[in-house]
Write a protein that binds this ligand. Structure first.
Ligand SMILES: Cc1cc2nc3c(=O)[nH]c(=O)nc-3n(C[C@H](O)[C@H](O)[C@H](O)COP(=O)(O)O)c2cc1C
Length: 200
């Protein structure tokens, strides 16, 4: 996409191109993304996660299903993602509903994680209150001994979600705050994207 064109490309292709640039430029964690969820009554919450997959099926992240975000996604699948790459002065907003990834997909990703991260997943009751750090460390020691040098399967309380976009916004910095905003909204028939430019 050149600097002066208002051409609309495929949003997934634009996402890939921007992510590649971010991977080259960002100081760390180019795949870090803010994930907003909400209760069924519409009370929102937001936190960072790492993007672990992106293609035309959607955007994948992994987490503890018993966490706050896990609970909110179980009662309300609507969610939003926000990438902000400071080095590029760009942001991408993505909105849609999540569905759980398949058991096989979650198993495959879990198996690719470092051993200590897999033990950490077993040991962490993510988002629950703990008495103190010692409690967590005792759980880590417990699962380290429990699994020994054997296989560490994925806990059934740990998996991934895929957010299928129905809306994208690509925001680029321009001089004097005259920024560029290009949006893509999925048409009612689901077959194509309706595009627009927004005032900055
Ligand atoms: C850069 C970054 C990446 C993170 N990636 C993840 C992730 O992929 N999955 C996850 O569950 N938590 C991740 N976290 C921690 C979450 O932000 C959050 O603290 C945790 O998931 C609990 O959120 P919840 O109580 O809203 O469920 C990350 C935090 C940061 C700062």
């Amino acid at each position: 996409m050149s600097d002066n064109t208002a051409a609309f490309d495929d949003p997934f292709e634009t996402f890939d191109a921007w992510l590649k640039e971010a991977e080259a430029e960002e100081l760390n964690d180019p795949t870090a993304v803010a994930l907003a969820t909400a209760t069924k009554d519409g009370f929102p919450s937001v936190r960072m996660v790492l993007l672990k997959g992106a293609d035309s099926r959607g955007f994948v992240f992994y987490t503890n299903l018993g966490s706050r975000k896990g609970g909110e996604l179980a009662e309300n699948p609507n969610a939003a993602l926000l990438f902000h790459w400071k080095s590029l002065r760009r942001q991408i907003r993505i909105e849609g509903a999540v569905t759980p990834v398949s058991e096989e997909e979650a198993d495959e990703y879990f198996a690719s994680r470092p051993r200590t991260s897999r033990i950490g997943a077993w040991a962490s009751k993510q988002s629950q209150e703990m008495e103190g750090r010692f409690e967590f460390e005792a759980q880590i020691a417990h699962y380290t001994a429990h699994f020994g040098i054997g296989d560490i399967p994925r806990p059934d309380f740990w998996s991934g979600f895929r957010l299928k976009p129905r809306y994208f916004e690509f925001w680029r910095d321009r001089k004097f705050r005259l920024h560029e905003r290009k949006t893509y909204r999925i048409a009612e028939d689901g077959g194509h994207w309706l595009t627009a430019e927004l005032y900055p």
